[in-house]
Design a protein around this ligand. Structure first.
Ligand code: EPU
Length: 298
């Protein structure tokens, strides 16, 4: 951070701002340092004010969803972390052919609620942790589909605090990526279709069971560490390089799925980062392929 004075930069804002807040408890890896500032705006208007003010004072902003895909470095994040965990960002509105969900809504709960109501479309998201906002931001998904496949439009707040709506094509969904840049997702409208609730629930349970069978979901991890290179599976490449079980400090390449790194209590971000580097080097040596990280390193 640089530039303008950052002392009392939030003065006059209604949002309650905390300082030096540990992020380890807010991420699935359970490690890393504190956020210099953390705020949970209680409305979109408040979110806009906070974003605008942070920009005026050159404060870097990041949004933390469910923390399911984030690795926070040991020295923490020297900026403002925004959490959309206020009830104002948890609204849900079900219709026959779409559902609108606030950014803070838990993705699994949303997919399960739709299944129970006999609304089909989100079954592919069974077993994916995180919030709607985070899932849209990184186009979360798996073998059966990505969230971008069903997004009709999203409501956003941009860098400058301006509200807007982006339709599907403007979000730019590609594999685990969007072109949202600094646009913060406030809510998303997802396409669903009425179906027999039992049939939808069956698919939901089947996809979830498949994930539980093949992935270490009970361990502390951030899901897949690397993106799949075109036409290949990163997990299979790491596995074939003989790296399952490789450990640095409190971080280990999962024996269940080699694209998951699991951490133990007391693990440090530096150990996960060193393990990422080691695995990348070994996969490059073995297969000649450069793996790209999927997790977001703060
Ligand atoms: N495989 C191995 N060894 C391993 C892991 C996988 O040989 O350690 C093999 C499997 O046997 C299979 C192939 O690799 O033949 C693909 O594995 P899998 O079906 O588990 O899928 P994946 O490509 O590794 C992707 C997503 C997952 C998603 C699953 C299932 C990415 C990077 N990963 O994994 O998403 O859950 O499909 O739908 O796109 C995530 O993004 O965080 C994530 C977990």
């Amino acid at each position: 951070m640089s530039g303008k004075s950052q002392t009392n930069w939030w003065e006059g804002l209604n949002a309650k701002l905390e300082q030096n807040v540990p992020l380890s408890g807010l991420t699935w890896f359970g490690l890393g340092g504190p956020a210099r500032y953390l705020v949970s705006p209680s409305s979109r208007a408040e979110l806009s004010h906070v974003v605008r003010r942070a920009r005026e004072h050159d404060i870097t902003v990041k949004v933390l969803g469910g923390g399911a895909n984030v690795l926070v470095r040991d020295d923490g994040f020297d900026g403002l972390v925004i959490r959309l965990d206020d009830p104002d960002f948890a609204a849900l509105d079900f219709a026959d052919d779409h559902v609108t969900a606030g950014a803070g809504v838990d993705l699994m709960q949303l997919a399960f609620s739709c299944a129970r109501k006999g609304l089909s479309g989100l079954e592919a998201l069974a077993g994916i942790p995180g919030t709607v906002g985070g899932a849209v931001r990184m186009n979360a998904g798996g073998r059966h589909g990505d969230i971008g496949d069903v997004v009709e439009n999203i409501d956003t707040v941009d860098h400058a605090g301006q509200s807007g709506t982006l339709d599907h094509d403007r979000v730019g969904f590609t594999y685990r990526h969007t072109d949202l840049n600094g646009n913060i997702v406030c809510s998303a409208t997802l396409k669903v279709a009425p179906d027999d609730p039992e049939a939808v629930l069956d698919r939901f349970r089947e996809f979830w069971a498949e994930k539980k069978r093949t992935q270490p979901l009970a361990a502390r991890s951030a899901g897949c560490v690397f993106k799949n290179p075109p036409g290949k599976s990163a997990g299979a490449l790491v596995d074939q390089a003989g790296l399952k079980g490789t450990t640095i400090g409190g971080a280990t390449v999962s024996e269940t799925h080699a694209n998951f790194f699991v951490t133990t209590t007391g693990a440090r971000a530096a150990e996960v980062i060193a393990l990422i580097a080691l695995v990348r080097r070994r996969v490059k040596d073995e297969h000649g392929i450069d793996l790209e990280t999927e997790i977001d390193i703060w």
